[in-house]
Design a protein around this ligand. Structure first.
Ligand SMILES: Nc1ncnc2c1ncn2[C@@H]1O[C@H](COP(=O)(O)OP(=O)(O)O)[C@@H](O)[C@H]1O
Ligand SMILES: [Mg+2]
Length: 231
């Protein structure tokens, strides 16, 4: 089987003036379709940087990254964003919803670039509603983020991440802004999506959340410290 994610000796450094920060110092791993992986580590370890690279939102300074067999280092920015839209769905700690839009409109955001015909739009709306049903928000289509709880906002964000049928969901501290009850619900939703076959990679510094994955990769000071199955 081809890994959906293949990283080989990925490095990332930031330079500002004469100061060079080495954030990732040679990270290698593969993730296969259907895996549920948590990426753990202390604050500043480089987890978000790694997720940004996985998400093709940043390019590594060195090393090779293949997404679904495609060497992303060889792609132009435009090809990269097309690949990103086709293959990846994102969930962030602070939800990143558009406050003026309803839940339904937020879920539809990944489709606005498709400039579809009427028929396609209708299908997109039906699908967005199905996804909101899937995440338990069937009664909230027309609510705006300000009218939703944190957990409900994250459900909208998860529905949005699923809109383009991505191969992989990337989540950066998806429970970071939630109380423990809502956090449990979001983790259960992610586990459920994984049961349905979705590949999920979630960054967290919360061990309670991290050990619910099937595999835990811990990074520290820009290197993999451990990569183990969860019991
Ligand atoms: N754009 C940037 N420019 C310079 N340094 C950065 C930038 N982004 C992150 N860093 C540094 O990289 C290190 C790791 O950051 P990050 O990946 O956000 O860690 P984590 O998500 O594990 O807390 C930190 O020391 C941070 O200050
Ligand atoms: Mg982070």
């Amino acid at each position: 089987m081809t890994p959906v994610i293949f990283l080989d000796k990925i490095e990332k450094r930031y330079e500002s003036g004469s100061v060079v920060t080495e954030v990732l110092k040679g990270v290698s791993f593969s993730i296969f379709p259907g895996e549920l992986v948590s990426i753990m580590g202390p604050s500043g370890a480089g987890k978000s940087t790694l997720l940004y690279i996985l998400g093709c939102l940043a390019r590594p300074s060195a090393g090779q990254y293949k997404l679904d067999g495609v060497d992303v280092g060889k792609l132009s920015d435009e090809e990269l964003s097309r690949l990103r839209n086709a293959k990846l769905g994102f969930v962030f700690q602070s939800f990143h919803l558009i406050p003026q839009y309803t839940a339904l409109e937020n879920v539809l955001l990944p489709t606005v670039y498709r400039r579809g015909r009427k028929q396609e739009k209708k299908r997109d709306i039906e699908k967005a509603k199905e996804l909101l049903n899937l995440v338990g928000l069937e009664a909230r289509y027309h609510y705006r983020p300000g009218e939703l709880s944190g957990g409900q906002k994250q459900r909208v964000a998860i529905a949005r991440a699923l809109m383009n049928d991505p191969e992989v969901i990337l989540a950066d501290e998806p429970t970071g802004n939630l109380d423990s009850h809502q956090s449990d619900e979001i983790v259960r939703l992610l586990l459920d999506l994984n049961e349905r076959g979705r590949t999920i990679i979630m960054v967290t510094h919360d061990p309670e959340v991290g050990r619910q994955a099937r595999r835990m990769i811990t990074i520290r000071d820009g290197l993999i410290q451990s990569d183990v199955p969860c019991s």
